[in-house]
Design a protein. Structure first.
Lengths: 121, 461
């Protein structure tokens, strides 16, 4: 099954990080990525810029409303995501637990529709 | 369909002798068939469901098809007689139904595509013979139902529904919930299992201890839900304890069958703990339905058979390697079970067991119980000192914790300090939400002759 792993992090803490701390974090992610890639899990994923660069768009009564900022103003923000192929939820949980951000943030696991235009099931 | 209830009997020419459509009088044959089916469902339902899930890899499909098979059985068995192997009949029927559904949905692939429905032994054959005996895959089913990605409420409901064979309606009544709420909870849980990919398998070795803990937590929750039921509440609720004991025994048997003996001691410990507690049930409530403290229970009323099998389970557990919290709690219960009276109890042993428990699972509640035991072993003053140090060590204040004041009150009473004791009873009274407990505290206060002006008054007045 294909799972999206959404990485939620405390942005304030990330912004306050020192250069050395950032380097360490990058190294951890690189190691994680390599390991998961070799195991055949990684199908995709991106790191997102901070939520102060976010723009939210909604269309109401035919009008496009654009607002500055993320959908929800919370301390923890979506900071990136992975698409991981895993046998089942147990394996997905194991993979998610190894994402370096799991130590201080939260990883939300969401199964991905195999056929996005198929019936809702 | 997700709620299992035996379907109402449709009017069929074979079984309905009356001419009126509204005539819903059941024929004797139908009543018998219904009884037999209920027995088979309770005995073999979980095994059938587990085998179907294992075969088709789809929880919802397996359950739906098993429901269909139950409905078909009612009709077929009434008109054509009971099959020699009812469980096998249900398995074959449900399996054929599943293959039909998959074929119609165009989802039959690979190996499954080659499996044709067994037409020669269709639902209306008397005695379908299975190519092989139904494998017991219930351990996998337990781990699916108690998966931590489900809410604990869902885990409990799903376990009772699939492994306990209780109807949705029975579970709803046991938890004092509307049937629709519980049905919805089960639907959501099953949907999550399918869509999130919650596996149907025994977890890998390194995940096993944690996941087995989750399973035992669910079983113990079910037990306590029933154990705390008071008289006047539905019988189904009290039956939850029996069901939990049955599940505990199933877990033990499966661990043995799967050669997972390393995890057996705690599973046996849990079973012993439940049986030892349950053995006191007959003496636990008085005629008015009030809780009788262990101290005041008539021990001749304890269920000797249940007690003996609890002690037996515990002995088996302790003879193995791998002590854990359930075994220690069962051992504490066993010390009480072996004592002739409350005062005759081996209190120093109980103090030692609570110390051991606190070392594995530290908690203020365990230390509170330990202080009470110290009060019994070495006198109330020692107990009070233990309480004081507990209060000093506690990270959060125990001032808002009723049982703390109740324990303190009892120790003060026994130390011959009625005024201090009364003050503690009043605090305990203030904090309790349990009516029977409140009546007990008021009774104690009355014994001191110090209760006249309490704002909560006397409910019995």
């Amino acid at each position: 099954m294909l799972y999206a792993m959404l990485i939620y992090q405390n942005e304030a803490a990330a912004k306050a990080a020192t250069r050395a701390e950032l380097d360490e974090s990058v190294a951890l992610f690189e190691a994680f990525h390599d390991k998961m890639n070799r195991a055949g899990h990684v199908q995709g994923g991106e790191r997102l810029r901070h939520s102060d660069t976010a723009t939210s768009v909604r269309v109401r009564d035919g009008k496009t409303l654009v607002t500055d900022g993320p959908y929800a103003e919370t301390k923890e923000q979506l900071g990136g995501f992975y698409l991981m192929e895993c046998a089942d939820l147990d394996q997905a949980i194991e993979v998610a637990a190894q994402i370096p951000s799991a130590d201080d943030g939260v990883i939300e696991i969401r199964p991905v529709y195999t056929d996005p235009f198929g019936p809702q099931s | 369909m997700t709620t299992y209830a035996l379907p109402s009997i449709p009017s069929s020419p074979v079984i309905s002798r009356g001419s009126s459509v509204a005539d819903d009088v059941q024929s004797p044959a139908m009543v018998l068939v219904q009884d037999v089916l209920e027995d088979v469902v309770h005995q073999d339902g979980a095994r059938l469901l587990a085998a179907l899930i294992s075969r088709f890899g789809d929880f919802e499909l397996a359950e739906d098809c098993l429901q269909d098979a139950y409905a078909a059985a009612l009709l077929a068995w009434a008109s054509q007689g009971l099959p020699a192997n009812p469980a096998g009949w249900l398995m074959t029927t449900a399996r054929n139904r599943a293959i039909d559904r998959l074929r119609r949905a165009g989802k039959l692939q690979g190996k499954l595509a080659k499996v044709a429905p067994d037409r020669s032994r269709g639902p209306f054959d008397r005695d379908p013979i299975l190519p092989d005996p139904i494998p017991d895959e219930r351990l996998k089913l337990i781990f699916t139902c108690c998966h931590p990605a489900l809410t604990v409420e869902s885990q409990v409901a799903l376990t009772l529904r699939t492994l306990g064979g209780l109807t949705t309606d029975e579970i709803a009544r046991a938890f004092l919930l509307p049937t629709a709420t519980l049905a919805q909870r089960l639907v959501r849980a099953k949907r999550k299992i399918s869509r999130a990919g919650i596996p149907f398998r025994v977890p890998d070795a390194h995940q096993l201890p944690e996941r087995l803990d989750a399973v035992m937590t669910v079983i113990y929750l079910i037990f306590n839900e029933g154990y705390q039921a008071r008289s006047g509440e539905s019988l189904v609720r009290a039956d939850l304890s029996q069901e939990a004991i049955r599940l505990g025994q199933v877990l033990v048997n499966l661990l043995i069958a799967e050669r997972m003996e390393a995890h057996l001691p705690e599973a046996l410990g849990l079973l012993a703990l439940m049986r030892l507690h349950d053995s006191r049930r007959p003496a636990r409530l008085d005629a008015a339905g009030d809780l009788v403290l262990l101290e005041d229970q008539d021990r001749s009323g304890w269920d000797a058979v249940e007690l003996a099998s609890g002690l037996d389970d515990l002995d088996r557990a302790l003879a193995m390697d791998g002590v854990g919290p359930y075994q220690i709690q069962a051992a504490i219960s066993a010390v009480h079970a072996r004592a002739k009276s409350y005062s005759d109890t081996d209190w120093p042993e109980i103090v030692a067991l609570y110390s051991a428990l606190d070392a594995i699972t530290p908690s203020p509640v365990v230390r509170l119980n330990r202080a009470v035991a110290i009060g019994m072993a070495h006198g109330p003053e020692e107990g009070l000192r233990a309480l004081e140090s507990l209060e000093a060590d506690a990270e959060t204040s125990l001032a808002g914790y009723g049982p703390f004041h109740a324990a303190q009150a009892d120790l003060l009473r026994r130390a011959g300090r009625p005024h201090a004791a009364a003050a503690a009873y009043r605090q305990a009274l203030e904090l309790t939400e349990n009516e029977a407990e409140a009546r007990f505290f008021l009774r104690r206060l009355r014994d001191f002759g110090l209760d006249e002006h309490h704002p909560k008054g006397d409910p019995s007045a």
